[in-house]
Design a protein around this ligand. Structure first.
Ligand code: AMP
Ligand code: ZN
Ligand code: FE
Ligand code: FE
Length: 303
């Protein structure tokens, strides 16, 4: 088999996808339909601070024959750095996870209100009800505010909105509260899930800090590492696969699809070269089984 045939024989997957439940532009069912069109075997829906798209995606997956992994992406804090954490196989209705998701959403609501108040003070015609009308059902964030500024003609693009107004350090940027990573991992595990460090190269860590980050991750119960990612070069992927091996973490892969909000980025292939095979999902499933056993033991020990 040559390389081309080999790829076509792969059972491709994508374990990092956003929907309209957070800041993606495709509804959960549409994302599954797209995955079906592209011939993917499995996808995970991983919205920011929300598992509310999971049920719709799972239903569509059952109808269309695409395996849907329930997921979530939490914005956490590791020693003052941001760290995105993916939770796979979480129970979307988990009473353990719900307060953390609610807290994160409340943080966002308060932050959005403050950002909008600052913009209004300076004469921008924007309001929270405007945003809610434009993006019903979404957990609102800066991308939505940016698009609204574009719609109103204040900026030439979403990028322009971030560059001039909303990006980190810009006049209308406000930080939002982040849950400590060890707490987030504990909650994901307690709600039946396995925790995975998302795009670990996106935080500007040098090698030493990255290794400390991964080492800490292992210590607090993280199961995996997103080595396969739309923005990774082959060198990035090789580096992270090496680290996964070294630290005993499973490797996951996903595009971080956001629909029209990340133009040029497709489900299952990222910017064209991402390859995530079903074997990654098998590794994740095995890791999740270990979490379930460990959690059972932990609960037994507590009794
Ligand atoms: P938030 O979660 O509200 O802080 O918004 C973060 C999201 O904004 C990220 O997931 C990106 O999708 C988007 N974003 C951040 N910086 C930029 C930028 N410079 N240009 C376009 N989108 C950005
Ligand atoms: Zn996003
Ligand atoms: Fe992320
Ligand atoms: Fe993401």
């Amino acid at each position: 088999m040559d390389r081309k045939e080999e790829i076509s024989q792969m059972r491709r997957i994508d374990l990092h996808i956003h929907t309209t439940a957070s800041d993606g532009t495709d509804a959960p069912a549409r994302v599954v339909e797209r995955a079906r069109e592209l011939g993917l075997a499995a996808i995970a829906v991983t919205d920011h601070d929300s598992a509310s798209g999971v049920a719709e995606a799972a239903k569509a997956g059952a109808e269309l024959g695409v395996e849907v992994v329930p997921g979530v992406e939490l914005s956490t804090d590791w020693k003052g750095h941001r760290a995105h954490l993916l939770g796979y196989y979480i129970d979307p209705d988990s009473p353990v996870l719900a307060p953390a998701l609610n807290w994160a959403v409340t943080e966002r609501i308060e932050r959005n209100e403050k950002i909008v108040a600052l913009l209004r003070r300076d004469g921008f015609d924007i309001s929270i009800p405007d945003l809610e009308r434009e993006f019903p059902d979404a957990v609102l964030g800066r991308p939505h505010i940016a698009e609204h500024l574009l719609l109103k003609g204040y900026v030439s693009s979403v990028r322009d909105a971030f560059d001039r107004y909303l990006g980190d350090g810009m006049p209308y940027f406000l930080p939002k509260g982040r849950i400590a990573i060890e707490r987030a991992v504990a909650l994901i595990r307690a709600s039946g899930g396995a925790a995975v460090l998302a795009h670990p190269l996106q935080y500007g860590h040098d090698r030493k800090t990255l290794e400390a980050f991964l080492e800490d991750g292992v210590r607090i119960g993280v199961s995996g590492l997103e080595a396969v990612y739309s923005e990774h070069t082959p060198e990035d992927e090789a580096l992270l696969r090496g680290y996964a091996e070294k630290f005993g973490l499973c490797v996951t892969g996903g595009s971080d699809y956001h629909g029209a909000r990340k133009p040029g980025l497709e489900i299952g292939s990222g910017y064209g070269t991402m390859e995530a095979d079903y074997s990654l999902l098998e590794g994740l499933k095995a890791a999740r089984e270990r979490v379930l056993l460990e959690e059972k033991e932990r609960k037994g020990a507590l009794r």
